[in-house]
Design a protein. Structure first.
Length: 142
């Protein structure tokens, strides 16, 4: 099971330059884990893409449907207190947004603080660097 940051989930739902790489990775290991707010983060991105004119209304409807299908398959990390504690520590050692710190904190909770040899998938280079710094193997698609 790999932990997927929301930035790597979006290319599974809407076509981007890194979509092929993300789909290939998902085929290799279809059991993905995400932070409890990943669905919200992805929905935010989809609606932003619509507002900016990158998605037609029908494309948004299809994308939201794909998100729902994918969400039924993934495992969500919902340990809010434990994730918050890790996120606050991560903010003190890495230049991350609070959302990214929560993503990485959720991944650490998922692996029981033993990231060595475990995969973290993200399309965000800064988050990738922090995940590597924490000991994860990182896949940066695209």
């Amino acid at each position: 099971m790999r932990f997927w940051d929301s930035s790597a989930v979006v290319p599974l739902i809407v076509e981007e330059a890194r979509s092929r790489s993300c789909r290939s990775l998902l085929r290799q290991d279809p059991s993905l884990a995400v932070w409890a707010f990943t669905s919200t983060e992805v929905a935010s991105t989809l609606h932003r893409l619509r507002r900016e004119g990158h998605l037609e209304p029908s494309g948004l409807t299809r994308a939201v449907g794909r998100l729902g299908l994918l969400a039924r398959q993934w495992t969500e990390v919902e340990a809010f207190g434990a994730v918050r504690e890790r996120a606050e520590r991560l903010l003190s050692v890495h230049a991350l947004t609070s959302a990214d710190a929560h993503q990485l904190g959720a991944a650490l909770v998922l692996v029981g603080e033993r990231p060595r040899g475990r995969w973290f998938v993200t399309a965000d280079a800064r988050l990738a660097g922090a995940a590597e710094g924490e000991g994860f193997r990182v896949h940066l698609p695209g």
